[in-house]
Design a protein around this ligand. Structure first.
Ligand code: NIG
Ligand code: FE
Length: 392
């Protein structure tokens, strides 16, 4: 190969997940005894190891598996403090409620920019060590124009996938005037935040925002060029999922309590259902029924939902294992959802696959196949990660 940047071949891959059915077996496009060639920040070639072209460098995978880097389409990483006491109380029987968010809002407002930057950096690095190479990050623990814009600026230093979640809960100062808070979010706060975000999200839930408020906020965001995504049907049945589909949201996230009408809407629309089993694990709640969604033809993504309240994990492998054990997914479906599904939820075509032209985001597993992510729960199987072609 004659190219300007040094090329690297990863050879002797026992199982390569490409997520490109035209390249291999099944929906995961599996290639056995495979090789991948990285050229700069992108993938130049995939195929059988014996046919790999000559390259400048070579990494022998030694009969292990390679998958696309995980695409985490839902995280809340700009925060300070933690909520250990709340978790402890929950594990003694107290239920989770949206109100706990206020504790983190107070800690986050009081934190310096440096502390918040360092926190985001630490959680992104933690996720990366576990194979995550794309991460969306939301605001939502500031809830003033200034604090939300600050959170988005900090998030933007760590990712291109930044989401304005000023409508996480009604800010404490507006406890008696929720309509006034919606006016703030759709007015001055949106003015301050829209330039720093790609997406707009609303927590549509009892104790947060109802369907009408969510519609107003998401519509205002759309008018400013932001694309909606919705925290929908997490703690109770409600209008969130159908609103997400109606507004053409990229994703409806949680989807824990769904009626037939909700499932039908998702099946007919373009909105991805992003399931967040870390939240059910950490709130000791009933898991969403992934099987029902998949059987209805809905596109499913998985994410850890890393946040200090409902799901303080950054681990996609943990979510893959939960999805298989608790939500009726096969290992293949769960790995697809954690990679290609996340890419769909972020409307990205350059990640979530290992095929020529894609970004060279890869995870090498210390296992012969991707199935081990569910088969060997809790074991740190991710042994190397390439991010944009760089081994980290
Ligand atoms: O996705 N549901 C709303 N937001 C987060 C939880 C936030 C918190 O409890 O701090 C979630 O679960
Ligand atoms: Fe969330």
């Amino acid at each position: 190969m004659t190219t300007a940047t040094p090329t690297t071949a990863i050879t002797d891959i026992a199982t390569l997940v490409t997520n490109d059915p035209s390249l291999g077996e099944g929906p995961l496009g599996l290639i056995r005894d495979a090789a991948v060639v990285i050229d700069g920040d992108h993938i130049a070639w995939v195929g059988e190891s014996s046919r790999a072209p000559a390259t400048d460098n070579r990494v022998d995978a030694g009969g292990r598996a390679v998958i696309p880097g995980f695409v985490d389409s839902h995280s809340h990483l700009v925060f300070a403090g933690d909520r250990t006491e709340e978790f402890n109380a929950r594990m003694s029987g107290r239920p989770y409620s949206a109100g706990g968010i206020r504790t983190t809002v107070a800690a986050t407002r009081a934190a310096s920019n440096n502390v918040l930057h360092a926190n985001v950096g630490r959680y992104v690095a933690e996720a990366r060590r576990q194979g995550t190479t794309t991460v969306e990050i939301k605001s939502g623990y500031g809830l003033t124009s200034q604090d939300e814009a600050r959170a988005l600026t900090i998030a933007g230093a760590h990712t291109d996938e930044v989401t304005f979640l000023g409508a996480h809960i009604v800010a404490p100062e507006f406890a008696d005037d929720p309509a006034g808070y919606v006016e703030l979010v759709t007015g001055p706060m949106l003015d301050a935040c829209a330039p720093h975000a790609r997406w707009i999200d609303v927590f549509c839930e009892q104790g947060a925002f109802d369907g009408d408020q969510a519609r107003t906020i998401l519509t205002a965001g759309k008018e400013r060029g932001l694309i909606p995504r919705v925290h929908a049907n997490q703690l109770s049945y409600g209008p969130g999922v159908r609103l997400a589909v109606e507004l053409g949201a990229a994703s409806a996230d949680h989807c824990t309590h769904l009626t037939e009408a909700d499932v039908d809407a998702l099946a007919q629309g373009e909105t991805v259902a992003t399931l967040l089993p870390g939240a059910e694990f950490s709130t000791r709640s009933t898991y969403p029924d992934a099987r029902r969604l998949l059987d209805a033809g809905v596109t499913v993504a998985l994410s850890p939902d890393c946040n200090p309240g409902s799901s303080f994990t950054s681990s996609m492998p943990f979510c893959v294992a939960l999805a298989v054990r608790e939500m009726g997914m096969t290992p293949d479906e769960a790995v697809w959802a954690a990679t290609a599904g996340g890419a769909r939820a972020l409307r990205r075509t350059d990640v979530g696959r290992v095929s020529p032209g894609a970004r060279a985001d890869l995870a090498l597993l210390d296992a012969p196949s991707h199935v081990h992510l569910a088969y060997r729960p809790g074991v740190p199987l991710v042994s190397a990660v390439w991010h944009g072609g760089t081994l980290i």
